[in-house]
Design a protein around this ligand. Sequence first.
Ligand SMILES: NC(=O)c1ccc[n+]([C@@H]2O[C@H](COP(=O)([O-])OP(=O)(O)OC[C@H]3O[C@@H](n4cnc5c(N)ncnc54)[C@H](O)[C@@H]3O)[C@@H](O)[C@H]2O)c1
Length: 337
Amino acid sequence: MRVLLTGGAGYIGSHTLLKLLQDGIDVLALDNFSNSSPEVLRRVQKLTNSSFATHVGDYRAPDVLDEVFEKFRPDAVIHFAGLKAVGESNEKPLTYYAQNVSGSINLLDCMQRHGCQNIVFSSSATVYGEAQYLPYDEDHPLNPTNPYGRTKYFIEEIIRDWIASRPHASAVLLRYFNPVGADESGNIGEDPRAIPNNLLPYISQVAVGRLKELSIFGNNYETRDGTGERDYIHIDDLAAAHLAAVKYAHENHGCEAINVGTGTGITVLEMVKAFEEASGREIPFKIAERRQGDVARSFAEVSKAQRLLDWTAKRDLTDICRTAWNWQSKNPSGFEH
Ligand SMILES: NC(=O)c1ccc[n+]([C@@H]2O[C@H](COP(=O)([O-])OP(=O)(O)OC[C@H]3O[C@@H](n4cnc5c(N)ncnc54)[C@H](O)[C@@H]3O)[C@@H](O)[C@H]2O)c1
């Protein structure tokens, strides 16, 4: 199978790239490095001792995509590329709609013109919005509360319509919960360019001395210890879910939305404690006001992934903190030395 990865040098793309290469799949990684570094691809090449195809360019440009499709003739696309910061999406909604929604339409159009029938799409648990019940299952009503989440929702609907018009096409919409951790080697990992938006990279950067202290937004939620509870999924498990999903898409028709999580919530304080144990470092923190839009608890119902993809998460909180710390301590400044 030949698989094109848009955004293949990003955090989730690079770990999936590694997983696909280890499985012997023929891949091409397309990226414009707007939120990643060419060093990522060099490290994946070193880790796998293989030279896979790469293409530097913007996936939204039809000539770039045409060139890639003509050269590589993919059987499937895993579509990671896009913008992902919730806060920024409130400030620049049109940029998010142009990058994520218009870009995805161009990609589907190119797939159609080149007879490529299978897509795995990076969706997000943000499509659900406030929980009407927990855990979130795939039938939970969709009501995203910010422009970023709405781009994911709109793209899901567009892909659904596209698939409905093509009897032999197939799509898997993977709704990630909270991807965290790093490859066991410590050679690739999450490397946010600005101040991290997510909890774990923030904690890692405090541990390594790049940031002073962690702010915990609210300690009066209705949870075990008052801090927000989330479903954290190890990046290696998430990469394995992509491998299973692309094989599923290759062998089936139709469109399926599938949660990718562990089914269990971890609170912010539990994460801090586990990271302190893994790193042997203290994580100073202060309690700050709740952030608008944050919910108390979020975790996934995961039986559909098991049923359709024969996939379940295998790694736990200790693995998450150990691998995140291994990556961060080996690469205090990320990919830029
Ligand atoms: N990380 C998360 O917490 C999370 C959660 C849910 C969903 N997602 C989704 O998963 C996908 C991947 O997320 P990630 O965390 O790996 O993000 P990332 O920013 O690390 O990776 C995205 C990659 O796409 C590239 N890219 C962006 N725009 C491009 C363009 N126009 N042309 C070519 N390349 C482009 C970037 O350079 C980057 O390498 C995104 O679609 C994101 O919305 C991420």
